[in-house]
Structures are given as structure tokens and as C-alpha cells.
Design a protein around this ligand. Structure first.
Ligand SMILES: C[S@@+](CC[C@H](N)C(=O)[O-])C[C@H]1O[C@@H](n2cnc3c(N)ncnc32)[C@H](O)[C@@H]1O
Length: 404
């Protein structure tokens, strides 16, 4: 069973409500939870994303907790966990649609952000705005809000890259119409709603502290943290956040979103202007300091010769400072004997290999976890003709036990 890709989730109830390419497989998560835990156990995902682990735990009849720092993604996750009667959702959706159709179709205004004007026809944008106003008028039910979020990309004429970024200069062949797509989405959601889901709580919080999670309360951590591979989670939902007015321009993403996240992309460390020496002196990275210093100094040297001057050297150092803090937080919340599974990938910025799994295992060991096994999931960076370097990469499950 494939662990790491969200693709199969497109066919799974509830998981299929919102496509998050950073997500992992719900079927795999559910199988692991069933195999490794029983009904009285609590499962935590400290990087919950769109709540794949939490939904999987619910479907397996377990109690689940999640932590997610990205405000928009956390709202999606919470919406997915909202209990609702399917008939009530259908009725509310029909009434929203009727209300939206009765609203005047206002001309798309020049004041709309440029990204939206480039991504939608004026009619599609006007209809999406009518749907939004009708949902707001009904008290913004989380599932109706999510249905609107979920159709935004299908109704956009702009292309989307495999990694979810929006490419307004690439046009799509098939573009959905908002008043057709919205009822299709709510019908799909109603069909998936089932009674008797176990409780699951999503905290908008920071995995580096897990402040909202009680001491020794967790039996299994099942998660996938950001990889230090320069993927910008803030940018991943830019279209949606722009539609809802959370951001207007690309630069707003840092203050609203990116600065709350683990530092795993160079845009983050560039904006924060970090000093490499300070990061390497941080006591959290003491267990890997020598090896980390070698890699970061190599990156700093290569950077000097590159036109883009990407801040990979501070990105890698800051990433491990942050992940070391995550291990300390997890050591507090996982009960002795409890298990952790991290789905993780290594990386090679500027072609310099960073042994992410090995360093994470060493940081975890220092925090009180014993690494028990790894399982390779897939090889990465082997297919693309235009890849930037030839370093073979892999993705794996890293399993550990909290020492007693
Ligand atoms: C690889 S994704 C996990 C996706 C998840 N497994 C799913 O299926 O949706 C990593 C997630 O960690 C979140 N994240 C980044 N920094 C965080 C932090 N400091 N605390 C909690 N979540 C964080 C990102 O916003 C992203 O949603």
C-alpha cells in the first residue's frame, strides 16, 4: 500500500473532499492505526495537514488529536471533522444555491486581487462571490465553506502545477461552472457523511511546543512533517487565501502564514534573515552539530557562486533546530512505550545530500525515543529529465518508541 501520496485519497470517503498534494494516504494511515492501536488509544498527528490521520483514526474508531500551524489548512481540517447530518447538509446546500442564484451578478470589480483576475473569468468569479455571500448569510457552515474552498481550483481557468501552485499563464482545457460544481461537491460530501464518528480534535497550534496536548496522553504519533525540500506550504493555498481575503499579494503570505511554520523553505529563512552561526550554536542541534555544520558550510560556499543566492544554508540549519524542538515536545506528550511513525524524505539542495532520516533519528534519540525500524517507501528524484541534481533521494517511514 502506498504511504506517501494523496492521489489514492481522491476515491476515499471524506479524504476526497479537499485535494492537498502534501497529504499522505488515508488508507495506509487507517491500516497502521488498526494494526498498532486498540479502541482506547489516542493518536496524534502534530503536522495534521487536512486531517488525513484524524479522519483515518475516526474511521478506525479511535480518538484522535491533531496540531496544524497553517491557519487556512487548519480550518479545512476542522471543517472535515465537523459532525453533520447528511440530509441537513443537502437542505442547507440547496438553500445556499437558491440564495446565491437570486443575488445580482455583480461585475467583477477592478479591486479584485490580480491573481484572481488572472485565474477566473469575470462570470465565474462573480458566481463564486455570490456563493460565498449566500454561505455567509447562512452563518458560514464549516462544510458549506469547505465545499466552496474545494471547487475553487476546478472553477479556475488557470493551470495548477503538480505541487499545487497556480500558473495563470497556463490555461486549462476543462473549467467547471460554480453553480454546477457546488451542488456536485455538496452531494459528494453528504454521501460520505456517516454517523457515529469517534471524537477528533484539531488544534491550531505549533508542533514545536504541542502546547494544547496533555503530558503522556498519546499512544501513537502518525505524521509527516515538512521535508527540508523548499516546498512553500504558505504558497500552496495562495489562491484560496486570496479568494477569502486573507492575503492580497504574495508578500502577505509570510506574515499571515509562513512565519508560523517549521522553517523548511528558503523563502522563509530569507525573509527572517537568519545568521548561520546562531543556528548552529543552538543547543537543540548539539547531537548532530558537526555533520550539520559541514553541510551548511558547504551550502553557504556554493551559494556564493549561484545567481539566485538561495538561503539553503540557513534553511537546513533552522529546519533541524525546529525538528529537534518537535521531538522534545513529542517526548512530553507521548506516554512511555508509545510509538511514533514519521513519514519523511531526504533532500539535496544545490546537490548537497542532507541525510534527513538519520539526523532526525539522532535528534529523536537525544529527546528520549529509540529508533526501532525504517521502511523505504519509494525512491525520489529518479524520473525527471530536468531535475536540478542527480543525487538519489528516498522517502521512508521512520519508527521509534518512547523510552520508559
Ligand atoms: C507533509 S504536510 C502533512 C500533511 C498531512 N499528512 C495530510 O495528509 O494532510 C506537513 C504539514 O505541516 C504543517 N506545519 C508546518 N509547520 C508546522 C508547525 N510548526 N506546527 C504544526 N504544523 C506545521 C504544514 O502546514 C503542513 O500542512
Amino acid at each position: 500500500m502506498t504511504t506517501s501520496t494523496f492521489l489514492a485519497n481522491q476515491r476515499l470517503p471524506i479524504h476526497r473532499w479537499f485535494r492537498y498534494s502534501a497529504g499522505f494516504s488515508g488508507a495506509w494511515a487507517e491500516a497502521v492505526i488498526r494494526e498498532r492501536t486498540s479502541a482506547h488509544h489516542t493518536i496524534l498527528d502534530p503536522f495534521a495537514g487536512v486531517a488525513t490521520t484524524l479522519v483515518a483514526a475516526q474511521l478506525a474508531g479511535r480518538h484522535a488529536l491533531g496540531v496544524e500551524a497553517h491557519p487556512f489548512v487548519a480550518r479545512i481540517a476542522r471543517a472535515k471533522l465537523t459532525p453533520c447530518d447528511p440530509d441537513a447538509l443537502e437542505r442547507a446546500a440547496q438553500s445556499v444555491l437558491a440564495h446565491a442564484e437570486s443575488l445580482p451578478r455583480e461585475a467583477a470589480c477592478d479591486d479584485e486581487p490580480e491573481l484572481l483576475r488572472a485565474s477566473y473569468s469575470p462570470d465565474a468569479l462573480a458566481d463564486l462571490r455570490r456563493l460565498h455571500r449566500a454561505i455567509e448569510a447562512q452563518g458560514e457552515h464549516p462544510l458549506l465553506w469547505l465545499a466552496l474552498v474545494a471547487i475553487l481550483r476546478a472553477c479556475s481557468s488557470a493551470g495548477t502545477a503538480p505541487w499545487q501552485y497556480v500558473l495563470p499563464n497556463r490555461r486549462k482545457a476543462r473549467v467547471a461552472m460554480p453553480f454546477v460544481r457546488f451542488p456536485m461537491q455538496t452531494a459528494l460530501m453528504s454521501a460520505d457523511l456517516c454517523a457515529g464518528r469517534t471524537s477528533a480534535v484539531l488544534h491550531h497550534d505549533d508542533a514545536r511546543t504541542c502546547a494544547s496536548i496533555a503530558d503522556a496522553s498519546v499512544d501513537l504519533v502518525l505524521t509527516s512533517p515538512p521535508y527540508p525540500n523548499n516546498y512553500d506550504y504558505a504558497d500552496a493555498t495562495r489562491l484560496e487565501q486570496t479568494f477569502f481575503g486573507d492575503v492580497r499579494e504574495w508578500r502577505d503570505l509570510h506574515t499571515t502564514t509562513r512565519r508560523h511554520l517549521v522553517r523548511a523553505c528558503s523563502q522563509h529563512t530569507a525573509a527572517d534573515r537568519l545568521a548561520l552561526g546562531d543556528l548552529l550554536a543552538d543547543p537543540h542541534v548539539a547531537p548532530i552539530r558537526d555533520a550539520l555544520t559541514g553541510v551548511c558550510e558547504a551550502l553557504a560556499a556554493i551559494r556564493a557562486s549561484k545567481p539566485g543566492k538561495k538561503t539553503y544554508h540557513t534553511m537546513i540549519a533552522a529546519y533541524f533546530v525546529d525538528l529537534a524542538r518537535v521531538w522534545q515536545a513529542l517526548a512530553r506528550v507521548v506516554r512511555p512505550g508509545g510509538e511514533v511513525c514519521f513519514v519523511i524524505g531526504d533532500s539535496a539542495p544545490y546537490g548537497v545530500h542532507v541525510p534527513v532520516d538519520d539526523w532526525l533519528a539522532r535528534l529523536a534519540d537525544a529527546a528520549g525515543f529509540t529508533p526501532t525500524r525504517t521502511r523505504e517507501i519509494r525512491a525520489r528524484n529518479v524520473k525527471w529529465k530536468n531535475r536540478k541534481h542527480r543525487v538519489p533521494l528516498r522517502e521512508l517511514e521512520l519508527w521509534l518508541t518512547r523510552r520508559r
